[in-house]
Write a new protein. Sequence first.
Lengths: 507, 126, 492
Amino acid sequence: MLNSPSLEPLLFELSDPGSASDYLPPLDVPEAPLPFATRAELDIPEVDEHSVVRHFTRLSQNTFSIDTHFYPLGSCTMKYNPKLNEAVAAMPGFASVHPLQAETTSQGWLEVLFRAQEVLAKIAGLDACTVQPLAGAQGEFCGLLMIRAYHNARGEADKRRRIVVPDSAHGTNPASAARCGYAVTTVKSNAEGGVDMDAMRAALKDDVAAVMITNPNTLGVFEAQIEELCTLAHENGALVYMDGANMNAILGQARPGDMGVDVMHYNVHKTFSTPHGGGGPGAGPVAVRSILEPFLPVPHVIQAESGEFAWDWDRPDAVGSLHGFRGNSGVILRALTYILRHGGEGLRQVSSDAVLSANYILARLKGTYETANPNGCKHECVLSASKLRSQYGVSAWDIAKRLPDYGFHAPTVYFPTIVKESMMIEPTETETKATLDAFCEAMLAIAEEAKNDPDLLHRAPLTMPVGRLDEANAAKCLNLCWTTPQAEEACESDGEPKREIAGAPTY
Amino acid sequence: MNTPTDLFYTESDEWLRREDDGLVTLGITDYAQGELGEIVYLELPEVGTSIVAGGSFGVAESVKAVGELHSPIAGEVVAANTDATENPGVVNESPFENGWMIRLKPSEELDTSSLMSAEQYAALRA
Amino acid sequence: MPYFSLTPADREAMLATIGVQSADELFADIPASLRDAAREAFANLEGGRSEMGLKRDMARLAAKNVHADTSTCFLGAGVYDHYVPSAVSALASRGEFVTAYTPYQAETSQGTLQVIYEFQSLLCRLTGMEMANASLYDGATALAEALILAYAATKKKRMLVPRGLSPAYRRVATTYTQGLPITIDEIPFDTTTGQIDGEALKEALKSGDVAAVVVAQPNFFGVLEDAPAIAEATHAAGALLVAVFNPLSLGILPPPGSYDADVAIADGQSLGLPMTFGGPGLGLFCCKQKFSRLAPGRLVGLTTDAEGTRGFTLTLQTREQHIRREKATSNICSNQALCALVATIYMATMGERGVREAATHSFHKAAYAREQLQTLPGVKPVFSGPHYHEFAVSLPVAVETIGKALAEEDIIGPYDLGRDYPELEGAALFCCTEKRSREDIDFLTKVLSAALPRPKVESGASGSDLNGNGSVHLDGVAVHYADDARTFYLDW
């Protein structure tokens, strides 16, 4: 038997047929004969509105969020999500507009997307930008499709079948390359976690279509050799793709286009403060050098000399479309609002404070934890629990699980994979010094606990609604949809405490 | 770490046993199962599948890691351990016995010179 | 400046702890030439507005858009103007939901995880499918993912996609598969019924090399296909059936599970999401459980902790890019979780009866509108097949002209089918949801009527085009004179 139910029952357990409120007026047109077979039951629960409100309100209280907790997830840029963005997106003149309306009736929206295209190209130091891609991974896919189209136009598509990716890259990089039909060559990073130029030189054969880099890299270090690397790639006929996941570190401090990068994506849900929403929606605008502009997806927004905005479908070299309509426009709107609120000086202060905060945490914790950033970092620092692991058997995973008991979300652990027992901490520019200090105190206290009571850390968290979950059982006895209590009981775990899962990236 | 001496080993943590009938049995080592953690899924080839030397013959997955299974020799699959695919935990419990994975009919005489002895493998994973 | 949490004093203290003089030093590793160029470029960036000023600017931009809260929307074609109960946006805009991260750390994310599990469960019930994932970007990309799954599952490369499927979906599917060894063949529609040409489909299936057949139920023309028959032919040829559905229509239509679809995908916008210029939408992806290891995107599973307490966790993550990298089933990472939350709350609030009602009303209203519009001279239904809540009519004047005339009366729509289908030049696609009242539909009929050339009651001249010449009087029958005063007609 299940020991106890979760704090909040499932919607299905709250169902009481006939209890749902009605929301629609009676049908005011004659009933037409049904020209098709209809279904009998939907089996969708019926819950009264008040209980629905309580159910979801309680569930909301059962989750960490930026609005409630410090969330130092490295590479995720969990900064404050301004309420102004939400207020603007909720305006009916934005929220209730159909994407297929005539251009004359949607000039406001077209202007939003056009201005976003323009300002995002400038921030990147590149020539053009599409705001259609729906997330970072799709931005990568879009960028690589454009690279493929570029080589194709030069008659080299059959020859250049390979993308070079450093081993420290986000998993989406190789996954997106594979989606374009490319083979992936992984190159090892150097001892400092940067691009190993010798390995890169060796990998850059004439079958390479592009190099994908992340700058600052996933160790939070700026690739000082970036210009040399871009030159090397270009001499070889390859293009350079930059994963813009870490743009919060360099906004206004360095522009990818100036570095020699040909194409990059943004994660606006990182850099430009749009909410993560429990996993999405995001947006992944892609900025390009002029050589790639003909391949931008359709439709693209253009401005006529009259000042009117319009959809440009007449782009014969475009890679196609990545969305059924115009992209995650609502997300782009929030990002533009954020950019306009800050302006250029504000955005430079963003990167400055983000880097300051990360270095502050690094300075306070590097005596207790080992670090992959002996010379400082950019927007995130990478610490390691290797010593605690070897001395006391306490892993990065244990520390991640203990932090919530102190009121903090875990950092990213086991990523980048090139650092053992890694903990990647990104505070962002929107935390007070008091919060940063409290987090550092918690990390120091946990290091003490590791010495004195390692078992406590193996059992953590102790104050969350559930303890460590049996993830193996979830995979073996797959229950993805609620059917019956019997099905749930059939999947019961063996009741063994679950200590640790082999070090896989956990953001 | 348990490393039976009657087996041959690969650098990618598989073991091979030459059976009396000329077939070769393959599995993953105790070290490999320990690194993967609790195995929740095992995918093995169907009987009759041809395996190329150095090629993949399946995957073993834990919750957050994937182990690709490689055969150092070419051959045809004559048996796959369906007990293990149904209950992958057996690979954790008994990697060298009940957790065996496939039996191959080798394309040519087994050349053990490129494989490691128990002693060599134990040294590699020490 | 907005949104900063550090004071100048904080910054000084922090710099001292780090052991540097200024924040500038922390960027010393970036080549000076790059820093100078960036500084200069950012000095010229627009922005730096006060919240008050910016909010007003944005409101003025919003005011340049015609929107469905004050206009009457008869436009569909993939995005629908349904009614959303007030509780839905109130709950879905809670900061705890909106600003949460992906629930990788299960213990701190039980709320988000339970919502996704409920979302998956509701979708299974709605569609009759065995499993659903935690969402994809939108319907069009969900179709592309379904085709890629079909390729992986069958090892066959050829996909049959009906011409009656949304042109946007077909465009995205082509874009997504261009680097992969997948070919997409189009199956024509029967120009009388608007349904898939059954003979053409059978012919295309003969070769036995087809991985998947796609069926849209309803299709882009609002016409319902004979899905069970298509499923049978598909399965007999050893191919998978990929069903494209409208989730709210399943309040009345037989679900994809009932005709044995292998994969069922959709855009979930009709489940309580605002139109927001088409995005964010919500990609729904359901399939048979035997394809669970080939499925794209996140999955939430039910499990327990060591105490036996029920809990939820992301599961089968080994399929995903952060572990499997180039061998992942998809490159998707961020999905549309918040939109899935909206859909979940919408279904929970409306309940079985509400979902059924919204679907049923949409059907009846579209049927009424179709009936009314057909009474107008020169307006003819294009297809004879059964319809759900959209329908095509052919107009005696350019669809764009009609669109302009309707816009002047605050009516949004219809969709010009000739844009994507040259063979349907002059055909317009109208949509009715439960939000369209009889009054709305009668008004549409009246305005459209006025915009059409009329049979002459009395005429002294050859028929001239009267477009734009009429004006509408709502109070009873009125006589309208054309500009040139040579013809007149009656309004009814």
